[in-house]
Design a protein around this ligand. Structure first.
Ligand code: ADP
Ligand code: MG
Length: 262
């Protein structure tokens, strides 16, 4: 791995039964930078992120070959080779993930504050009162107004955009070095989308974390990415710095995606 890299995916192959859905995929994520993965629906973007988190096996998928190298302190570890116990220490603490529809990840029967406090007491070893303070700080960080009052609200009492901000706050609870955001704004209104994108960009600058931002929207790519991987049918089409990709796309597939941008 190059010293500037945090994650390096090498010749990754993922399948469900007989069908290979990610094939010989290679890309890397620089520390503190945003890598966008873009491609049409079904191109293997979500499967790639679930493979990095080693959640794909929980969905009856399998990683058949390849490496997922991750810089863990002084060491490089291959996430593809870790057992479940070791991987549990990576999820949340090192690499966190947010999804398109936050309602599926928030527990409807617990107040927002209790859900964040639970993460902080369980994984960060904070006392309940320290965890509650920290939960409020996290909600402030994602620019939710009246954070203190919000702690006692339930998920259904929040708008979609607010729930997504809560999910970002939860993802940040364990101070991950890498945030994987899988279409985090797709289910939201355009104005709310813009807010979420700017929050993620601000947090990335403030916290120095790296972000893998998955989207099917080239407009979003232009706004958030330092580097871009274009995927189609499970394979990488090309990878380039964002300015180069827009100015000088190498592949017809990329040009077609770009021509769809208004
Ligand atoms: P994207 O996120 O780019 O829209 P996905 O990564 O979700 O695409 O899917 C890539 C391919 O893997 C698709 O052909 C999809 O049908 C298949 N796939 C995804 N999840 C599963 C699953 N749990 N079982 C079987 N096939 C799946
Ligand atoms: Mg997807």
């Amino acid at each position: 791995m190059n010293p500037s890299e945090l994650l390096s995916v090498q010749s990754l192959n993922v399948s469900f039964g007989a069908s290979t859905v990610v094939e010989e995929l290679c890309f890397s994520v620089e520390q503190g930078k945003t890598l966008a993965i873009v491609g049409e629906s079904g191109s293997g973007k979500s499967v790639t992120s679930l493979a990095i988190m080693r959640l794909v096996e929980h969905m009856n998928g399998s990683i058949n070959s390849g490496k997922i190298l991750y810089r863990h302190g002084e060491k490089e570890i291959d996430l593809a080779a870790l057992d479940d116990k070791a991987m549990r220490k990576v999820r949340g603490k090192e690499i966190a993930m947010i999804f398109q529809e936050p309602m599926t990840s928030l527990n409807p029967v617990f107040a927002i504050g209790d859900q964040i406090v639970e993460i902080l007491t369980l994984h960060e070893g904070l006392s309940r009162s320290a965890a509650r303070k920290e939960a409020q700080r996290l909600l402030d960080l994602v620019r939710l107004p009246d954070a203190k009052e919000l702690l006692d609200r339930y998920p259904h009492q929040l708008s979609g955009g607010m729930r997504q901000r809560v999910m970002i706050a939860m993802a940040l609870a364990c101070r991950p070095k890498l945030l994987i955001a899988d279409e985090p704004t797709t289910a939201l209104d355009v104005t709310i989308q813009a807010q979420i994108l700017s929050i993620i960009a601000d947090l990335q600058r403030e916290l120095g974390m790296a972000v893998v931002f998955i989207t099917h929207d080239m407009g979003v790519v232009a706004e958030v990415a330092d580097d871009v991987v274009v995927m189609n049918k499970g394979k990488k089409v090309e990878q380039a710095p964002v300015a180069d990709l827009f100015a000088n796309p190498q592949k017809a597939y990329t040009r077609a995606l770009l021509s769809a941008v208004p």
